[in-house]
Design a protein around this ligand. Structure first.
Ligand code: SF4
Length: 225
């Protein structure tokens, strides 16, 4: 079938009509912390640690006043100590520079320790409802396999997806691609035979089933932190 971005997006929407963030959060502070914890960690694991974490440190001010030594044991199962250090330090900077409110500005978010472009995009989209396409490992792999993007790095992928997808659908499309990457278009052994996108997918056509896993060439904070 002839490649059609419109058809691909329509099929993804049909496949994942309820696609939404799989992280649990209820305000910009919780969004920021949950997304920082989710780098190199599953959303499921993050969701296990955040209820106790947010109960003990319910606000930016509480987290800013915490010691890394106290926070780290609570988030240890989500990764290295650097994450706890970055979260505490980010909250201290938010107190110092933004009156305790998580900034709704990409540049200001990316000035916080441990916050790369992907994290900032997710926070902008989910905490502030600003259209954004966060390119994580799933979005990069799936969009470049399908042909929605044909890019070697995350920045270019983000730019191409912004052109290919109507702005009103950026946030939804981000979730469609993540859902598809987690459920069907796995990094190893993508389930092409069972995939609704297969009729249009450039990788499946070009490689006759032996689909490779595109990796960003340039090390970039978008697949961060
Ligand atoms: S056809 Fe295969 S490579 Fe293409 S999107 Fe589907 S699972 Fe991924």
């Amino acid at each position: 079938m002839r490649f059609s971005k419109k058809a691909v997006l329509a099929e993804l929407e049909k496949m994942y009509p309820d696609a939404k963030p799989e992280l649990n959060f209820s305000n910009p502070y919780e969004t920021l912390v949950a997304v920082m914890l989710s780098a190199q960690c599953t959303d499921k694991q993050v969701n296990k640690v955040t209820p106790a974490l947010f109960e003990r440190y319910p606000t930016v001010a509480d987290m800013a006043a915490a010691s890394v030594e106290d926070v780290y044991p609570m988030v240890k199962s989500c990764g290295f100590k650097t994450k706890a250090t970055n979260i505490v330090q980010a909250c201290r900077l938010i107190m110092q520079n933004h009156g305790g409110e998580v900034p709704d500005d990409m540049k200001q978010l990316m000035a916080l320790p441990g916050v790369g472009q992907k994290t900032a995009n997710v926070v902008m989209a989910h905490a502030f409802n600003v259209p954004a396409i966060a390119v994580d490992t799933h979005v990069f792999r799936v969009s470049n396999r399908i042909g929605l993007a044909e890019a070697k790095n995350v920045e270019e992928t983000e730019r191409q997806l912004q052109k290919a997808i109507p702005k009103k659908d950026w946030v939804k499309a981000h979730h469609w691609l993540i859902f598809h990457g987690r459920r069907v278009c796995h990094a190893r052994n993508p389930q092409c035979a069972a995939c609704g996108i297969q009729p249009w997918c450039k990788a499946a056509k070009a490689e006759g089933g032996a689909v490779s896993t595109p990796k960003p060439q340039k090390k970039n904070a978008t697949l961060d932190v």
